[in-house]
Design a protein around this ligand. Sequence first.
Ligand code: HEC
Length: 192
Amino acid sequence: MRAVVAASALIVVGIAIVVTHEGWQAAEAFDRDPMAEAVVDVRGNLRVPGDYRTSYQFLGSWAIAAGSGGGSKEIHVVFASPEAADAYRKDGHFPDGTVLVKEVYGATTGEMTTGSVSRADNLKGWFVMVKGDASRFPDNALWGDGWGWSWFDTTNPRETTSTNYKFNCKSCHVPAQATDWVYVDGYPVLKR
Ligand code: HEC
């Protein structure tokens, strides 16, 4: 019995590896852009890039005030795929394949030698945007206005819980429409 259970577990692991592998291959179809291919599959579904903390560029961070009592309730930390910031500084546009990742942390506030300080604590998840022509994925409601858009819970960086960017993202980004839907004022490295 135990052997049967072990064998079934092996089969399940085997299937999972095959599926993951195929997903990876499919992803290569995204215009052969080395950054985007790791993030977008053939159907236009996104995932959180596995290497963003080491190979992406830090853009900036946001502290979300906790209301009364001071301190922050959330800290947002934003990264961009390599060369996106350089390109933006040159002509004010994010090139196709640009990936933006926003980490959302719950914050903890305490007294430190610098004063009353909030720091990133528990990671709640990620917002990911990928620059590209939405007509490539006409059936995918997570693409539009020149970007693919998705939120990921910490428990599943490979599968979004977002269903439609128009409802899940767009209205909140309207104030940044003139700067390609991105809140560029928060990112010192994008200053031209
Ligand atoms: C409640 C409003 C709101 C919603 C909903 C929202 N955003 Fe944002 N987003 C913002 C604001 C404001 C910022 C910048 C300030 C901050 O992080 O608080 C931002 C920043 C970002 C950033 C960092 C780059 C930038 O634009 O500055 C990404 C990436 C992002 N959002 C993606 C998404 C995606 C994808 C969705 C939908 C799944 C989404 N957002 C939904 C308001 C929102």
